[in-house]
Design a protein around this ligand. Sequence first.
Ligand code: 5AD
Ligand code: SF4
Length: 451
Amino acid sequence: MIETKKEKQAGKVYLETYGCQMNEYDSELVKSILASSDYEVTTREDEADVILLNTCAIRENAHGKIYARLGDLKHLKNGDHRVIVGLLGCMAQNLRGNLERSDCVVDIYAGPDSYKRLPAMIDAVRRTGRKEFDFNLSEFEDYSDVYPKRVPGVNSWIAVMRGCDNFCTFCVVPYTRGRERSRSLDSVVKEAERLVAEGFKQVTLLGQNVNSYRSNGTDFADLMAAVANVEGLERVRFTSPHPKDFPEKFLKVMAENDKICNHVHLPLQAGSDRVLDMMARTYTKKSFVALVEKIRKMVPDVALTTDVIVGFPTETDAEFEETVEVMESVQFDSAFTFKYSERQNTIAYRKFPDDVSEAQKTERIVRLVELQKSHSLKRNRQQVGKVVKVLIEGPSRKNAADWMGRTDGNKIVIFENSGERDKEGQLINVEIKNATAHTLFGKRPAPHPNY
Ligand code: 5AD
Ligand code: SF4
Protein backbone atom coordinates (compact mmCIF):
# COMPACT_ATOMS: atom_id res chain seq x y z
CA MET A 1 0.00 0.00 0.00
CA ILE A 2 1.26 3.49 -0.82
CA GLU A 3 1.23 5.61 2.30
CA THR A 4 0.11 9.19 1.84
CA LYS A 5 2.00 11.93 3.65
CA LYS A 6 -0.96 12.51 5.94
CA GLU A 7 -1.15 8.87 7.00
CA LYS A 8 2.52 8.90 7.88
CA GLN A 9 2.23 11.92 10.11
CA ALA A 10 2.77 11.24 13.76
CA GLY A 11 1.16 14.55 14.71
CA LYS A 12 1.78 18.27 14.94
CA VAL A 13 4.29 19.70 17.38
CA TYR A 14 4.39 23.24 18.67
CA LEU A 15 7.63 24.26 20.37
CA GLU A 16 8.33 27.31 22.52
CA THR A 17 11.82 28.35 23.56
CA TYR A 18 12.94 30.24 26.67
CA GLY A 19 16.45 31.25 27.72
CA CYS A 20 19.69 31.56 25.82
CA GLN A 21 20.89 31.01 22.27
CA MET A 22 21.98 27.51 23.22
CA ASN A 23 18.35 26.76 23.96
CA GLU A 24 17.29 28.25 20.62
CA TYR A 25 19.80 25.93 18.99
CA ASP A 26 18.57 22.96 21.01
CA SER A 27 15.04 23.69 19.83
CA GLU A 28 16.31 23.47 16.25
CA LEU A 29 17.78 20.06 17.15
CA VAL A 30 14.47 18.95 18.70
CA LYS A 31 12.56 20.04 15.58
CA SER A 32 14.92 18.06 13.41
CA ILE A 33 14.67 14.94 15.61
CA LEU A 34 10.87 15.09 15.59
CA ALA A 35 10.66 15.82 11.86
CA SER A 36 12.70 12.66 11.17
CA SER A 37 10.10 10.73 13.17
CA ASP A 38 7.30 12.05 10.98
CA TYR A 39 6.13 14.89 13.19
CA GLU A 40 5.16 18.13 11.55
CA VAL A 41 6.43 21.24 13.29
CA THR A 42 3.71 23.88 13.46
CA THR A 43 3.79 27.54 14.43
CA ARG A 44 0.12 27.32 15.45
CA GLU A 45 -0.44 26.33 19.03
CA ASP A 46 -4.17 25.75 18.44
CA GLU A 47 -3.59 22.91 15.99
CA ALA A 48 -0.87 21.14 17.98
CA ASP A 49 -1.07 17.53 19.22
CA VAL A 50 2.10 18.01 21.23
CA ILE A 51 3.24 21.22 22.96
CA LEU A 52 6.84 21.39 24.09
CA LEU A 53 8.39 24.13 26.24
CA ASN A 54 12.17 24.30 26.09
CA THR A 55 12.92 25.90 29.43
CA CYS A 56 15.57 27.93 31.24
CA ALA A 57 16.64 27.83 34.89
CA ILE A 58 19.23 30.58 35.09
CA ARG A 59 17.26 32.86 37.42
CA GLU A 60 14.04 32.48 39.39
CA ASN A 61 12.12 34.72 36.97
CA ALA A 62 12.91 32.20 34.19
CA HIS A 63 11.12 29.55 36.29
CA GLY A 64 8.29 31.98 37.05
CA LYS A 65 7.52 32.45 33.36
CA ILE A 66 7.23 28.70 32.82
CA TYR A 67 4.97 28.15 35.83
CA ALA A 68 2.67 30.85 34.45
CA ARG A 69 2.71 29.22 31.02
CA LEU A 70 1.95 25.79 32.47
CA GLY A 71 -1.02 27.39 34.22
CA ASP A 72 -2.27 28.64 30.82
CA LEU A 73 -2.01 25.15 29.37
CA LYS A 74 -4.20 23.48 32.01
CA HIS A 75 -7.35 23.78 29.87
CA LEU A 76 -5.77 21.50 27.25
CA LYS A 77 -6.39 18.52 29.50
CA ASN A 78 -10.13 19.08 29.72
CA GLY A 79 -11.39 18.70 26.16
CA ASP A 80 -11.66 15.65 23.87
CA HIS A 81 -8.46 16.42 22.04
CA ARG A 82 -5.84 15.45 24.60
CA VAL A 83 -2.71 17.49 23.92
CA ILE A 84 0.59 16.07 25.18
CA VAL A 85 2.69 18.62 27.06
CA GLY A 86 6.44 18.24 27.37
CA LEU A 87 8.88 20.20 29.50
CA LEU A 88 12.39 20.20 28.06
CA GLY A 89 15.71 21.72 28.96
CA CYS A 90 17.28 23.34 31.96
CA MET A 91 14.29 23.90 34.26
CA ALA A 92 13.04 20.36 33.69
CA GLN A 93 16.52 19.02 34.44
CA ASN A 94 17.03 21.27 37.46
CA LEU A 95 13.76 20.53 39.22
CA ARG A 96 13.42 16.90 38.16
CA GLY A 97 10.93 15.06 40.37
CA ASN A 98 9.84 18.21 42.24
CA LEU A 99 8.06 19.44 39.16
CA GLU A 100 6.06 16.31 38.70
CA ARG A 101 4.31 16.85 42.00
CA SER A 102 3.58 20.53 41.49
CA ASP A 103 2.26 20.51 37.93
CA CYS A 104 0.31 17.60 36.57
CA VAL A 105 -0.32 19.20 33.18
CA VAL A 106 3.09 17.97 32.03
CA ASP A 107 3.36 14.48 30.45
CA ILE A 108 7.01 14.46 29.44
CA TYR A 109 10.10 15.73 31.24
CA ALA A 110 13.34 15.66 29.25
CA GLY A 111 16.71 17.20 30.11
CA PRO A 112 19.11 18.65 27.50
CA ASP A 113 20.83 15.32 26.75
CA SER A 114 17.60 13.34 26.23
CA TYR A 115 16.21 14.86 23.05
CA LYS A 116 16.84 11.85 20.83
CA ARG A 117 14.42 9.91 23.02
CA LEU A 118 11.56 12.38 22.54
CA PRO A 119 9.74 10.49 19.74
CA ALA A 120 9.81 7.31 21.84
CA MET A 121 8.65 9.22 24.91
CA ILE A 122 5.70 10.75 23.06
CA ASP A 123 4.75 7.30 21.75
CA ALA A 124 4.95 5.86 25.24
CA VAL A 125 2.65 8.55 26.68
CA ARG A 126 0.16 7.84 23.90
CA ARG A 127 0.24 4.12 24.54
CA THR A 128 0.22 4.08 28.33
CA GLY A 129 -1.16 7.48 29.38
CA ARG A 130 1.62 7.57 31.96
CA LYS A 131 4.21 10.32 32.43
CA GLU A 132 7.67 9.92 30.92
CA PHE A 133 10.94 11.20 32.39
CA ASP A 134 14.52 11.29 31.14
CA PHE A 135 17.07 13.23 33.13
CA ASN A 136 20.17 11.31 32.15
CA LEU A 137 23.08 13.63 31.52
CA SER A 138 25.67 12.26 29.16
CA GLU A 139 29.43 12.76 28.99
CA PHE A 140 29.34 12.17 25.24
CA GLU A 141 26.10 13.38 23.66
CA ASP A 142 27.01 16.27 21.36
CA TYR A 143 24.25 15.87 18.75
CA SER A 144 26.82 16.19 15.98
CA ASP A 145 24.84 13.55 14.05
CA VAL A 146 21.70 15.73 14.07
CA TYR A 147 21.42 18.56 11.55
CA PRO A 148 19.24 21.26 13.15
CA LYS A 149 16.04 22.38 11.45
CA ARG A 150 16.69 26.09 11.04
CA VAL A 151 14.54 28.97 9.89
CA PRO A 152 16.24 30.33 6.74
CA GLY A 153 17.95 33.65 7.33
CA VAL A 154 21.25 35.43 7.69
CA ASN A 155 22.60 34.09 10.98
CA SER A 156 22.89 30.47 12.08
CA TRP A 157 24.17 28.89 15.28
CA ILE A 158 26.36 25.88 15.79
CA ALA A 159 26.87 24.49 19.29
CA VAL A 160 30.51 23.45 19.25
CA MET A 161 30.64 22.34 22.85
CA ARG A 162 28.05 21.51 25.49
CA GLY A 163 27.99 21.53 29.27
CA CYS A 164 30.23 23.33 31.72
CA ASP A 165 32.92 22.24 34.18
CA ASN A 166 33.57 25.63 35.76
CA PHE A 167 31.12 25.42 38.65
CA CYS A 168 30.86 29.16 39.27
CA THR A 169 29.14 29.03 42.63
CA PHE A 170 26.04 31.02 41.52
CA CYS A 171 25.39 29.06 38.35
CA VAL A 172 22.99 26.23 37.70
CA VAL A 173 24.32 25.30 34.25
CA PRO A 174 26.79 22.57 35.32
CA TYR A 175 23.84 20.82 36.97
CA THR A 176 21.38 21.28 34.13
CA ARG A 177 23.70 20.65 31.20
CA GLY A 178 26.31 18.35 32.69
CA ARG A 179 29.95 17.89 31.82
CA GLU A 180 31.85 19.76 29.16
CA ARG A 181 32.24 18.00 25.80
CA SER A 182 33.31 19.31 22.40
CA ARG A 183 32.37 18.28 18.89
CA SER A 184 35.09 17.40 16.40
CA LEU A 185 36.49 20.30 14.40
CA ASP A 186 35.69 18.46 11.23
CA SER A 187 31.99 18.08 12.04
CA VAL A 188 31.70 21.80 12.84
CA VAL A 189 33.43 22.85 9.59
CA LYS A 190 31.23 20.49 7.55
CA GLU A 191 28.12 21.96 9.16
CA ALA A 192 29.34 25.51 8.41
CA GLU A 193 29.91 24.54 4.76
CA ARG A 194 26.40 23.17 4.53
CA LEU A 195 25.01 26.36 6.07
CA VAL A 196 26.75 28.51 3.47
CA ALA A 197 25.33 26.29 0.72
CA GLU A 198 21.88 26.92 2.22
CA GLY A 199 22.40 30.69 2.06
CA PHE A 200 23.42 31.60 5.61
CA LYS A 201 26.03 34.39 5.77
CA GLN A 202 27.01 34.29 9.42
CA VAL A 203 27.73 31.51 11.88
CA THR A 204 27.82 32.01 15.65
CA LEU A 205 29.74 29.30 17.47
CA LEU A 206 28.04 28.52 20.75
CA GLY A 207 29.06 26.96 24.02
CA GLN A 208 28.41 27.57 27.70
CA ASN A 209 32.14 28.03 27.88
CA VAL A 210 32.94 28.25 24.24
CA ASN A 211 36.64 29.06 24.46
CA SER A 212 37.32 25.90 26.49
CA TYR A 213 36.68 24.02 23.25
CA ARG A 214 39.13 21.08 22.92
CA SER A 215 38.94 18.21 20.46
CA ASN A 216 41.62 15.77 19.29
CA GLY A 217 44.48 18.18 19.98
CA THR A 218 42.71 21.20 18.47
CA ASP A 219 41.64 24.24 20.48
CA PHE A 220 39.23 27.13 20.07
CA ALA A 221 41.71 29.22 18.05
CA ASP A 222 42.10 26.33 15.56
CA LEU A 223 38.34 25.95 15.35
CA MET A 224 37.68 29.67 14.73
CA ALA A 225 40.40 29.79 12.07
CA ALA A 226 38.98 26.70 10.33
CA VAL A 227 35.40 28.02 10.34
CA ALA A 228 36.50 31.46 9.13
CA ASN A 229 38.18 29.67 6.22
CA VAL A 230 34.89 28.30 4.96
CA GLU A 231 34.35 29.84 1.56
CA GLY A 232 31.29 32.04 1.17
CA LEU A 233 30.88 32.72 4.88
CA GLU A 234 30.89 36.46 5.61
CA ARG A 235 31.13 36.52 9.39
CA VAL A 236 31.94 34.28 12.35
CA ARG A 237 30.95 35.11 15.93
CA PHE A 238 31.24 33.23 19.21
CA THR A 239 29.56 33.27 22.59
CA SER A 240 30.03 32.98 25.53
CA PRO A 241 33.66 32.80 26.52
CA HIS A 242 35.15 32.70 30.02
CA PRO A 243 37.95 35.18 30.82
CA LYS A 244 40.20 32.31 31.95
CA ASP A 245 40.78 31.04 28.39
CA PHE A 246 42.20 33.84 26.24
CA PRO A 247 45.60 32.71 24.99
CA GLU A 248 47.49 35.03 22.62
CA LYS A 249 47.11 32.41 19.92
CA PHE A 250 43.35 32.98 19.94
CA LEU A 251 43.58 36.78 19.99
CA LYS A 252 46.02 36.61 17.06
CA VAL A 253 43.58 34.50 15.05
CA MET A 254 40.87 37.05 15.83
CA ALA A 255 43.05 40.00 14.89
CA GLU A 256 44.35 38.48 11.66
CA ASN A 257 41.06 37.19 10.37
CA ASP A 258 38.67 39.70 8.86
CA LYS A 259 35.72 37.36 8.98
CA ILE A 260 35.96 36.85 12.73
CA CYS A 261 33.94 39.66 14.24
CA ASN A 262 35.74 42.04 16.56
CA HIS A 263 33.39 41.50 19.43
CA VAL A 264 34.09 39.77 22.73
CA HIS A 265 31.42 39.14 25.33
CA LEU A 266 33.53 39.04 28.47
CA PRO A 267 31.47 38.33 31.59
CA LEU A 268 32.82 40.32 34.54
CA GLN A 269 30.20 39.22 37.12
CA ALA A 270 31.73 41.32 39.93
CA GLY A 271 34.55 43.78 40.61
CA SER A 272 35.64 42.78 44.13
CA ASP A 273 38.33 40.13 44.47
CA ARG A 274 36.66 38.68 47.55
CA VAL A 275 33.33 38.30 45.74
CA LEU A 276 35.04 36.94 42.60
CA ASP A 277 36.76 34.38 44.78
CA MET A 278 33.46 33.37 46.40
CA MET A 279 32.00 33.06 42.91
CA ALA A 280 34.98 30.84 41.91
CA ARG A 281 35.61 32.94 38.83
CA THR A 282 39.41 32.29 38.90
CA TYR A 283 40.42 35.87 38.02
CA THR A 284 40.88 39.09 39.97
CA LYS A 285 39.81 42.63 39.25
CA LYS A 286 43.38 43.41 38.20
CA SER A 287 43.78 40.42 35.90
CA PHE A 288 40.37 41.09 34.30
CA VAL A 289 41.32 44.69 33.51
CA ALA A 290 44.71 43.50 32.22
CA LEU A 291 42.92 41.04 29.92
CA VAL A 292 40.71 43.84 28.60
CA GLU A 293 43.83 45.88 27.83
CA LYS A 294 45.45 42.95 26.08
CA ILE A 295 42.35 42.25 23.97
CA ARG A 296 42.06 45.93 23.02
CA LYS A 297 45.74 46.08 22.10
CA MET A 298 45.71 42.93 19.99
CA VAL A 299 42.27 43.41 18.43
CA PRO A 300 41.89 47.12 17.65
CA ASP A 301 38.33 48.51 17.54
CA VAL A 302 37.03 45.49 19.41
CA ALA A 303 33.59 45.84 20.98
CA LEU A 304 33.40 44.52 24.54
CA THR A 305 30.19 43.51 26.27
CA THR A 306 29.65 41.89 29.64
CA ASP A 307 27.40 40.28 32.25
CA VAL A 308 27.31 41.57 35.83
CA ILE A 309 25.57 40.21 38.92
CA VAL A 310 24.67 42.53 41.80
CA GLY A 311 23.93 41.41 45.34
CA PHE A 312 25.86 38.15 45.44
CA PRO A 313 25.74 36.86 49.06
CA THR A 314 27.69 39.09 51.48
CA GLU A 315 28.52 41.70 48.80
CA THR A 316 28.96 45.00 50.67
CA ASP A 317 28.32 48.50 49.36
CA ALA A 318 32.07 49.04 49.13
CA GLU A 319 32.50 45.83 47.14
CA PHE A 320 29.71 46.84 44.81
CA GLU A 321 31.59 50.12 44.27
CA GLU A 322 34.47 48.03 42.94
CA THR A 323 32.14 46.66 40.24
CA VAL A 324 31.28 50.26 39.38
CA GLU A 325 34.99 51.07 39.29
CA VAL A 326 35.78 48.27 36.82
CA MET A 327 32.86 49.27 34.63
CA GLU A 328 34.05 52.90 34.71
CA SER A 329 37.54 51.91 33.77
CA VAL A 330 36.62 49.42 31.01
CA GLN A 331 33.61 51.29 29.53
CA PHE A 332 31.87 48.31 27.95
CA ASP A 333 29.86 48.74 24.76
CA SER A 334 26.91 47.13 26.49
CA ALA A 335 26.18 45.07 29.58
CA PHE A 336 23.56 42.67 30.87
CA THR A 337 23.00 43.30 34.56
CA PHE A 338 21.29 40.84 36.88
CA LYS A 339 20.21 40.66 40.49
CA TYR A 340 21.64 37.59 42.17
CA SER A 341 19.04 34.83 42.15
CA GLU A 342 19.62 31.84 44.40
CA ARG A 343 19.49 28.58 42.42
CA GLN A 344 18.74 25.23 43.94
CA ASN A 345 21.68 22.76 43.83
CA THR A 346 24.38 25.37 43.28
CA ILE A 347 27.40 25.76 45.58
CA ALA A 348 26.23 29.25 46.64
CA TYR A 349 22.81 27.80 47.53
CA ARG A 350 24.44 25.25 49.78
CA LYS A 351 27.10 27.50 51.33
CA PHE A 352 26.08 31.18 51.24
CA PRO A 353 22.73 32.51 52.47
CA ASP A 354 21.12 34.99 50.04
CA ASP A 355 21.58 37.87 52.49
CA VAL A 356 21.61 41.02 50.33
CA SER A 357 18.15 42.55 50.54
CA GLU A 358 15.95 42.96 47.49
CA ALA A 359 16.00 46.74 48.07
CA GLN A 360 19.80 46.78 48.00
CA LYS A 361 19.89 44.65 44.87
CA THR A 362 17.44 47.04 43.20
CA GLU A 363 19.44 50.08 44.23
CA ARG A 364 22.63 48.54 42.84
CA ILE A 365 21.16 47.35 39.56
CA VAL A 366 19.54 50.74 38.91
CA ARG A 367 22.97 52.37 39.36
CA LEU A 368 24.60 49.94 36.93
CA VAL A 369 21.89 50.28 34.31
CA GLU A 370 22.25 54.09 34.38
CA LEU A 371 26.03 53.87 34.31
CA GLN A 372 26.04 51.43 31.42
CA LYS A 373 23.59 53.56 29.48
CA SER A 374 26.02 56.47 29.61
CA HIS A 375 28.91 54.22 28.54
CA SER A 376 26.92 52.66 25.69
CA LEU A 377 25.97 56.12 24.46
CA LYS A 378 29.57 57.30 24.63
CA ARG A 379 30.89 54.21 22.83
CA ASN A 380 28.18 54.40 20.16
CA ARG A 381 28.82 58.10 19.57
CA GLN A 382 32.43 57.24 18.79
CA GLN A 383 31.08 55.49 15.69
CA VAL A 384 29.42 58.66 14.32
CA GLY A 385 31.16 59.87 11.16
CA LYS A 386 32.70 56.45 10.43
CA VAL A 387 31.89 54.26 7.46
CA VAL A 388 31.36 50.76 8.82
CA LYS A 389 30.59 47.35 7.32
CA VAL A 390 27.03 46.25 8.07
CA LEU A 391 25.51 42.83 7.47
CA ILE A 392 21.85 43.39 6.53
CA GLU A 393 19.56 41.16 8.60
CA GLY A 394 16.16 42.36 7.37
CA PRO A 395 13.63 45.18 7.51
CA SER A 396 13.65 47.29 10.66
CA ARG A 397 10.89 46.26 13.05
CA LYS A 398 9.78 49.85 13.61
CA ASN A 399 9.71 50.89 9.99
CA ALA A 400 9.72 48.41 7.13
CA ALA A 401 11.12 51.11 4.82
CA ASP A 402 14.41 50.90 6.78
CA TRP A 403 16.97 48.12 6.94
CA MET A 404 18.30 46.65 10.16
CA GLY A 405 21.80 45.26 10.21
CA ARG A 406 24.75 44.83 12.53
CA THR A 407 28.30 46.07 12.67
CA ASP A 408 31.27 43.82 13.24
CA GLY A 409 30.98 44.78 16.92
CA ASN A 410 27.36 43.53 16.95
CA LYS A 411 25.82 46.99 17.20
CA ILE A 412 22.42 47.42 15.60
CA VAL A 413 22.36 49.86 12.66
CA ILE A 414 19.19 51.29 11.10
CA PHE A 415 19.42 52.89 7.68
CA GLU A 416 17.16 53.74 4.81
CA ASN A 417 16.32 50.99 2.35
CA SER A 418 17.20 52.66 -0.90
CA GLY A 419 15.26 50.20 -3.02
CA GLU A 420 16.74 47.80 -5.52
CA ARG A 421 20.39 48.20 -4.50
CA ASP A 422 20.65 46.10 -1.31
CA LYS A 423 19.25 42.88 0.03
CA GLU A 424 19.19 40.71 3.16
CA GLY A 425 22.49 38.96 3.84
CA GLN A 426 24.53 41.56 2.01
CA LEU A 427 27.61 43.10 3.64
CA ILE A 428 27.67 46.78 2.79
CA ASN A 429 29.20 50.10 3.82
CA VAL A 430 27.08 52.41 5.93
CA GLU A 431 28.06 55.83 7.18
CA ILE A 432 27.03 56.34 10.81
CA LYS A 433 25.21 59.64 11.26
CA ASN A 434 23.68 59.37 14.70
CA ALA A 435 23.67 57.20 17.80
CA THR A 436 21.62 56.39 20.88
CA ALA A 437 22.70 54.05 23.69
CA HIS A 438 21.04 51.13 21.87
CA THR A 439 21.17 51.89 18.17
CA LEU A 440 23.26 53.46 15.43
CA PHE A 441 21.56 55.31 12.59
CA GLY A 442 23.28 55.48 9.24
CA LYS A 443 23.12 56.26 5.60
CA ARG A 444 24.36 54.35 2.62
CA PRO A 445 27.20 56.46 1.14
CA ALA A 446 26.28 57.78 -2.32
CA PRO A 447 27.47 55.43 -5.08
CA HIS A 448 30.62 56.44 -6.91
CA PRO A 449 29.70 58.56 -9.97
CA ASN A 450 31.23 55.95 -12.28
CA TYR A 451 29.53 53.05 -10.54
N1 5AD B 1 21.71 34.91 39.48
C1 5AD B 1 21.81 36.00 38.68
N2 5AD B 1 22.44 35.99 37.50
C2 5AD B 1 22.99 34.82 37.10
N3 5AD B 1 23.68 34.50 35.98
C3 5AD B 1 23.99 33.19 36.04
N4 5AD B 1 23.53 32.64 37.18
C4 5AD B 1 22.90 33.65 37.85
C5 5AD B 1 22.24 33.72 39.10
N5 5AD B 1 22.14 32.66 39.90
C6 5AD B 1 24.02 35.47 34.94
C7 5AD B 1 25.53 35.56 34.77
C8 5AD B 1 25.77 34.85 33.47
C9 5AD B 1 24.50 35.18 32.72
C10 5AD B 1 24.20 34.27 31.56
O1 5AD B 1 23.50 35.05 33.70
O2 5AD B 1 25.89 36.92 34.69
O3 5AD B 1 26.92 35.30 32.79
FE1 SF4 C 1 20.65 28.66 28.70
FE2 SF4 C 1 21.59 28.64 31.18
FE3 SF4 C 1 19.00 29.15 30.75
FE4 SF4 C 1 20.02 26.69 30.39
S1 SF4 C 1 19.91 27.81 32.32
S2 SF4 C 1 18.64 27.81 29.02
S3 SF4 C 1 22.06 27.13 29.62
S4 SF4 C 1 20.71 30.42 30.11
